[in-house]
Design a protein around this ligand. Structure first.
Ligand SMILES: [Zn+2]
Length: 313
């Protein structure tokens, strides 16, 4: 069991772009959860579709279930599909590419634990509450219940696998999420107590009534002096905080870029990036609901940028 998740863990760092390229033999089947959300299955092995659907639909989840593809491959081919010889399941995600969960074709009762653990990584990536690193940071109430801030500063846990699989924040979250969905199921973080009822309830709230950041990604795209770009995005309900982060992605050449944000209600903020800076951040407090415009312009040379808009509820 441990090796299984360890391997799934290492595969969490996979590039989804590499996996996306492998579309031979895809047979897409869309089923629905009990609220009618789409669950996208990419079937490359014969399975009990209803059994798999029931596991996914039965997890604590929200609209993020529509954003991921569940790729089911023959048992012996998971390693190839995960680009990692020994992997038994994996989650792969990259900016701008649809995330993929690769799982083996088995009897549903035997796939449940790996499937729910990997889905925990998707939950983690879908519900942000910190600005950096933004992807695998658990969820807001869970973070505080599990005292991850203190554990991180005392080097008890790490963002990556440098302190071992069981000390990676992403894996602790995925294991806690597995226990949330299967209270009597396995829990492979041996140095830590199983998540308490209160921690599990906090996670459930984080997913059903999130209070962290939600995120919109814009780009990557090129911009130059002659052709600036205006991107519009919507703030659905008034937010305490809106953070617009622009990253320059081109490795060489000019990095000079100017971004301007204006939102309904007349708030207007500017930010300029030049020299060695690659990341520019604009913070807007008390963002009103409505449409916002983000204008990006470059200096003399074209710049490849990507913008992330984080909504703090
Ligand atoms: Zn994992």
């Amino acid at each position: 069991m441990r090796s299984l998740i360890t391997l799934a863990a290492s595969a969490a760092l996979l590039s989804a772009a590499a996996l996306a390229a492998d579309d031979a033999g895809a047979a897409i089947r869309v089923v629905r959860d009990d609220e009618g959300r789409q669950i996208r299955l990419d079937l490359r092995a014969a399975i009990n579709v209803e059994g798999y659907r029931r596991i996914i639909a039965g997890t604590v989840h929200g609209d993020e279930v529509e954003d991921v593809t569940f790729r089911v491959v023959p048992e012996g081919r998971v390693g190839i599909a995960c680009l990692s010889e020994d992997a038994l399941a994996c989650y792969a995600a990259d900016p701008g590419v649809r995330p993929v969960i690769v799982i083996p074709g088995r009897a549903p009762s035997r796939v449940r634990n790996v499937l729910v653990h990997e889905y925990g990584h998707h939950i983690d990536r879908s519900y942000d509450h910190r600005l950096a690193p933004p992807d695998f940071d658990g969820t807001a109430r869970w973070w505080s219940r599990r005292q991850m801030g203190q554990r991180l500063s005392s080097r008890n846990v790490a963002w990556d696998y440098s302190r071992g699989w069981g000390r990676s924040i992403a894996e602790i979250f995925a294991e806690d999420y597995a226990v949330l969905n299967t209270p009597r199921g396995p829990f492979d973080i041996f140095w830590l107590d199983r998540p308490s009822q209160a921690t599990r309830e906090a996670m459930r709230q984080d997913i059903l009534a999130p209070m962290g950041l939600s995120r919109q990604r814009l780009g990557p795209a090129w911009v130059n002096r002659a052709a600036g770009r205006t991107i519009t995005f919507t703030v659905a309900t008034a937010k305490r905080r809106l953070v617009v982060v622009t990253r320059v992605r081109n490795k060489r050449g000019s990095r000079a870029v100017r971004t301007t944000v204006s939102c309904a209600g007349g708030r207007f903020v500017r930010n300029s990036l030049a020299g060695r800076n690659r990341v520019g951040t604009i913070r807007i407090s008390g963002a009103p609901s409505g449409r916002c415009e983000l204008m990006i312009a470059a200096g003399r040379n074209p710049v490849l940028y990507e913008t992330t808009v984080l909504h703090k509820r």
